[in-house]
Design a protein around this ligand. Structure first.
Ligand SMILES: [Zn+2]
Ligand SMILES: [Zn+2]
Length: 354
């Protein structure tokens, strides 16, 4: 039986982690908002029913790819070519869970990333000292062994194969380590255990970095898809600027990209009953430049995605969202929503007068 705290944790964490993965797999697979387009629980600005709006508005983005079949593409959604459907609040397609990660599952995703870091370090911590000693011995062995000296250190191409000085040290250590393992069996410090611990540490560092960038984006009221949009916009701008300088014609596709990825958003704004007419229950309205309809200030932005308290980090809470078929909506800033409604009513009134 383990006696120290580390020992207990080492025995507890793997089964807990497997359980977590089991539940995460269950909630994340094949259940992400297929009802995205016509579900009436969705904020009306994001939903679009064909029976509500028979006119084909040129401003409406529709998706004709995969299984989407011309459905409206709500704000902040992106078509995943692997899942063959549009995902609201798209972040990335995860090959491990064979599904897309989208805004409703951000909490579980962040919890997984943040758990990975201490988990890896706690599980592998008892091995650091012996592995470090073994590494040192392996390096010294590689220096003294004639075979390794001739075939690695003195071999010119080792610079190329290893990709530079650090890689050369790593390569030599691995060769030395393998030789040591051959002579004494290696025990708990054999080469593949050392490599596994190294891989785990890299994984933990990547997780920490990813958690950091995701949280930074969320604080600004942005999702990964927004960042993708603005860099696509930036790229189109740069390309157009270049062509202009070279006095070359600008292709229509680039201009379309510039408009498509701009800061402007289009919302389907429902009209009051008096202004509705058959086939039109609302109007699509564009936001103003830099209106930032989603940025409510960092505190509220975090609360929107992660829930009210820090307790979302507890595994049973982290898993909660997404267990049902809950639909997640990032609300539009009140002032912006008011302006959009006014604008829709103004337009509708003008049409009636005409
Ligand atoms: Zn689509
Ligand atoms: Zn996908």
């Amino acid at each position: 039986m383990p006696t120290t705290l580390t020992g207990v944790l080492q025995h507890l964490i793997p089964p807990l982690l497997l359980t977590y993965f089991y539940f995460a797999w269950k909630i994340c697979t094949f259940e992400i908002a297929p009802q995205l387009v016509s579900d009436n629980r969705i904020h009306p600005f994001f939903s679009f029913n064909h029976e509500d709006h028979s006119d084909v508005e040129p401003m409406i983005e529709r998706c004709y790819k995969g299984k989407c079949g011309g459905r409206w593409k709500p704000a902040r959604s992106r078509h995943c070519s692997i899942c063959e459907r549009c995902r609201g609040g798209w972040d990335h397609h995860c090959p491990f869970f064979a599904n897309c990660l989208s805004a409703p599952y951000m909490r579980s995703f962040l919890a997984l990333l943040l758990y990975t870091v201490p988990t890896v370090f706690i599980i592998s911590s008892p091995l650091y000292v012996p592995i470090f000693q073994r590494l040192k011995a392996a390096y010294l062995y590689s220096k003294s062994d004639q075979y390794i000296r001739e075939n690695w250190w003195d071999w010119t191409y080792s610079w190329v194969v290893a990709g530079g000085p650090i890689g050369r040290y790593a390569g030599a250590a691995i060769l030395g380590w393998r030789q040591l393992d051959r002579s004494d069996g290696g025990g708990i410090v054999r080469l593949n255990i050392g490599l596994m611990v190294g891989f785990g540490i890299i994984l933990a560092l990547i997780s920490a970095g990813l958690a950091f960038t995701t949280i930074t984006l969320l604080l600004e009221g942005n999702l990964t898809i927004d960042k993708g949009r603005s860099s696509a916009h930036q790229q189109a701008l740069i390309a157009i600027e270049k062509l202009k300088q070279q006095n070359q014609p600008i292709p229509a596709g680039l201009i379309a990209d510039l408009a498509r990825f701009s800061d402007k958003r289009h919302f389907f704004v429902p009209l009051p009953a008096t202004l509705q007419k058959p086939g039109r229950k609302g109007i699509v309205i564009e936001t103003l430049d830099h209106e930032k309809p989603y940025d409510h200030g960092w505190k509220k932005n975090l609360i929107i995605v992660l829930g009210l308290e820090w307790s979302w980090l507890l595994p049973w809470n982290a898993l909660k969202r997404g267990m049902g078929d809950e639909v997640f909506i990032w609300p539009i800033k009140q002032g912006v929503e008011r302006r959009l409604r006014k604008e829709a009513e103004r337009k509708a009134t003008l049409e009636i007068v005409d």
